[in-house]
Design a protein around this ligand. Structure first.
Ligand code: CAA
Length: 380
């Protein structure tokens, strides 16, 4: 596969790098500490076109390909994975789902505002008792003629407190199992829709994660995405692409930690020389560099599959599985190379290590990726 980058892709990569260095790096430690992320920064990401990167320009997006998107995701994630998860969820799960399966009216009403970053969205599948086992939805959307009556709880929802538009997966025909599930567009402020308290998390602390409570929320029928019963397929197809975004995020965390460790090892002296001259450190750097490049190739392959119209369920799952394992491993090694300084917030690597963990969990745990991969290779 030829992964040479076009001029446009290189330009996007540079723009994301500049934004990360100039706008995200200042204050990243404080945002992590305080679990905040200013609206101003979200607005800037929207203005720069990061919130609807792959959306057609006629709906307010940037009209770019998946390759450009993963390049941007890597650069943003090197510095601030809290920012990049907002970008990933809005792009891959919310905008892509709406653009691919939404009606023209839904695109005009919601997608245009989401793609321009005027508002941001959330994807609501997980529940207190249905995380990995996504077919076991308990939230119900009962058909009442001109509307659905939505009841239940969603958990661990990224952008939960900040989003204005929520894609909610719920069971309409319980007897039909996953064939009875629908995806509904729910707006913040609909009567009966309550946002639960913010989670206090290990990592990606700048990104807000909430549970959501639905108590007799009336959702108009025209807010259903696709045909009756399409909701589970909608979730699976959307997540298949979402996993490419998270793989790129994991790649960025790994690369960010590695770059800091490399730089540090060339400055820090021990036993009379820079620590990079000690084989114990040099071999760690060699392993990190090799694994990151392997992860990058998997991410690029998945992005290329998507851009070429090929099936990307398998390549996306492989990219996410591997890149997230590399993110964890590499960030732990980056802390080790920094020694005592690695344990101190000022050096950034401890945050990257904490941020890395979630990439092995959300949008399908590593174990779920292995289910997807093994089923795919066994059926072929
Ligand atoms: N594309 C299209 N259809 C798919 C599909 C895909 N990639 N994967 C499964 N399906 C379809 C199947 O074909 C099947 O439909 P039919 O019966 O019509 O053939 C249906 O979905 C059910 O599939 P399975 O029988 O394989 O279902 P399962 O119960 O064995 O589970 C699973 C499959 C892959 C494990 C799935 O449950 C899964 O992906 N679980 C993980 C859920 C997940 O990723 N959650 C993350 C939450 S979102 C999040 O984290 C967002 C955030 O805020 C950051």
């Amino acid at each position: 596969m030829d992964f040479s980058l076009s001029e446009e892709q290189l330009m996007i990569q540079q723009a994301a790098k500049d934004f990360a260095q100039n706008e995200l790096l200042p204050g990243v430690i404080e945002r992590d500490d305080a679990q905040t992320f200013p609206d101003e920064l979200v607005r800037k990401m929207g203005e720069l076109g990061f919130m609807g990167m792959m959306v057609n320009e006629k709906y307010g997006g940037s009209g770019l390909d998946t390759q450009a998107y993963v390049l941007a995701m890597e650069e943003l994630s090197k510095v601030d994975a809290s920012a990049s998860v907002m970008v990933s969820v809005n792009n891959s799960l919310v905008c892509w789902g709406l653009e691919t399966y939404g009606s023209e009216e839904q695109k005009q009403k919601y997608l245009t505002r989401l793609a321009s970053g005027e508002v941001i969205g959330a994807f609501c599948l997980s529940e207190p008792e249905a995380g990995s086992d996504a077919t076991s939805q308990k939230t119900t959307a009962i058909d009442k003629g001109d509307h659905y009556l939505l009841n239940g709880t969603k958990n661990w929802i990224t952008n939960g407190g900040r989003a204005e538009v929520f894609l909610v997966i719920a069971q309409t025909h319980v007897e039909k199992g996953h064939h009875g599930i629908n995806a509904l567009i729910v707006e913040k402020g609909m009567p009966g829709f309550e946002i639960g308290p913010k989670e206090n998390k290990l990592g990606i602390r700048g990104s807000d994660t909430h549970s959501l409570l639905f108590n007799d929320v009336k959702v108009p029928k025209e807010n259903r995405i696709g045909a009756d019963g399409f909701g589970f397929k909608f979730a699976m197809k959307t997540l298949a692409g979402g996993r490419i975004g998270i793989a790129a995020q994991a790649l960025g965390i790994a690369a960010g930690a590695y770059e800091l460790a490399l730089q540090y090892s060339k400055q820090r002296k021990a036993f009379g020389t820079e620590i990079s001259n000690h084989q114990a450190i040099a071999f760690k750097l060699a392993d990190m560099h090799t694994k990151i490049q392997a992860a990058r190739l998997l991410v690029y392959q998945a992005a290329t599959d998507k851009d070429n119209g090929n099936d990307y369920t398998l390549s996306g799952a492989m990219a996410k599985l591997y890149a997230s394992e590399v993110a964890m491993e590499t960030s732990v090694e980056a802390v080790q190379i920094h020694g005592g300084n690695g344990f101190v917030k000022d050096y950034h690597v401890e945050r990257l290590m904490r941020d890395a963990k979630i990439t092995q969990i959300y949008e399908g745990t590593s174990e779920i990726q292995k289910i997807v991969i093994s089923r795919s290779i066994i059926k072929d």
